[in-house]
Design a protein around this ligand. Structure first.
Ligand code: SF4
Length: 436
């Protein structure tokens, strides 16, 4: 048993889980391979937030059946949100899968691999930190979620909120810094609720302060925030601490109060507008992203217009818009009728996207001629790419090697999605935060 193949779909939490499971397998002497057919251990890390993702997992699982038949001693594992507390149905549908693991539940697989290889996994697997991290790395700080948004399956699959202690996170970030990581993104479904479940109740601002001291780390990001938990103390910490980036992902989901109530989001439109105002007063150059769901059960055209109106009024930096789809097991699936026709949902999504494209075109165009500081993450299509503190994607061309460097770029062209520029030979940092 020498090799493993790991396929991941879904959010950053899943990517972080896969990185950590990969680290554990490598500590047991098993190396990653590119093709499932070459692997002794096959792991699919699943997502069920949208039907499309779940269908993709099921179709990939079907591909694993002949591989298992050909080499029965091979281990096939299914991990992630597709695995609920009861996996009976999955066992019936995919009888060739050897092990089912809920998110972050790595032990069943490690135990099985340990038994097959004669390795005591508990003795050889240390802290689960990615072995070969990129310049930027995700660090989960909360697992699970205590909210009960009616459309969401995550609390049922990932369980209740469990925060990692401050020193545990700090130790991981120190290890990542020693492996060349320059930027960490702290992850949680409601990242700003960090610490509420810990005995001494540290909060996200306390964690920021501790991580801000760690040498080698240049930037700290965090997602996803929930408007209900974004306190003034956290806002002030983002504004004050030099390494914490002024970039907040703050899903509003809808602009109409009745729909927000039906979603059980626990804030109103006015609360959200007030919160955005307070954040912008503390950090005029902040970048704010949001998520929107269109076509929620019962959403009328007038209610949808409230969402469009909110986006036009707030002019946020980025919007991720999705059409509502019923997820079995959610409150909405049991109590609401998914009545908005699919073509209407598509039309609403297109109207959000088109408005937002116009807003982003205008925001990014204002950056042309300015100098921004980016962390260079790597190369794409022959160009170096990196991000500003406000998470704007910047490309530049240069012969020299720049990965992992902080570079100053003069912006020459813009699109709604990215910025193009050239390396400023004489660093002329007009605005270190990357906004106008
Ligand atoms: S806050 Fe709501 S949408 Fe986010 S993970 Fe929790 S239940 Fe789901």
């Amino acid at each position: 048993m020498n090799s493993y193949y790991l396929w991941t779909i879904g959010c950053q939490m899943n990517i972080a889980d896969s990185e950590r499971l990969g680290a554990a397998l490598e500590q047991m002497g098993i190396q990653q391979v590119e093709k499932a057919a070459d692997a002794d251990v096959i792991v699919l890390n699943s997502c069920v937030v949208r039907q499309g993702a779940e269908d993709k997992v099921a179709s990939n699982l079907a591909w694993m059946a002949p591989l298992k038949k050909k080499q029965p001693e091979r281990i096939v594992a299914l991990m992630g949100c597709m695995v609920g507390p009861n996996s009976d149905d999955l066992v019936r549908r995919f009888p060739y899968v050897d092990v089912f693991m809920r998110p972050q539940q790595f032990e069943p697989l490690l135990e099985m691999v340990g038994e097959r290889t004669g390795v005591d996994w508990e003795g050889c697997v240390g802290p689960l930190t990615p072995n070969r991290p990129d310049v930027t790395c995700h660090v989960p700080i909360i697992h699970g979620c205590d909210m009960m948004c009616t459309f969401c399956i995550i609390p049922y699959r990932r369980g209740r909120q469990v925060s990692r202690p401050v020193e545990d996170v700090a130790l991981e970030v120190e290890t990542l810094a020693s492996r060349g990581v320059k930027e960490v993104t702290l992850l949680g479904q409601t990242v700003d609720a960090y610490g509420h479940d810990l005995p001494d109740q540290p909060n996200l601002a306390d964690l920021f302060a501790r991580l801000n001291e760690i040498g080698g780390i240049e930037r700290i990001r965090f997602l996803t925030s929930h408007p209900k938990f974004m306190t003034q103390e956290i806002i002030q910490a983002v504004a004050d601490l030099p390494k914490v980036c002024e970039h907040i992902n703050l899903p509003v989901q809808a602009g109409d109060d009745e729909i927000l109530d039906e979603m059980r989001r626990q804030y109103s439109r006015a609360d959200y507008i007030d919160l955005v105002g307070r954040i912008r007063r503390a950090m005029p150059d902040v970048a704010l992203n949001t998520d929107i769901i269109v076509g929620f059960p019962g959403e009328t055209e007038e209610q949808f217009q409230q969402t469009l109106d909110l986006l036009a009024k707030l002019r946020l930096d980025k919007v991720h818009c999705a059409s509502y789809s019923t997820r079995p097991g959610t409150i909405a699936s049991r109590t609401m009728d998914d009545a908005v026709p699919e073509d209407e949902k598509t039309s609403r999504r297109q109207r959000v996207d088109s408005l937002q494209e116009q807003i982003q075109t205008e925001i990014n165009a204002k950056l042309v001629g300015s100098y921004v500081e980016i962390l260079v993450e790597g190369r794409k299509r022959g160009k170096w790419q990196g991000r500003t503190r406000s998470h704007k994607l910047v490309f530049f061309e240069d012969e020299a090697y720049h990965q992992g460097e902080m570079a100053t770029v003069k912006i020459e062209r813009s699109s709604p999605w990215s910025l193009q520029g050239s390396l400023a030979v004489e660093a002329k940092l007009l605005n270190p935060r990357g906004d106008d």
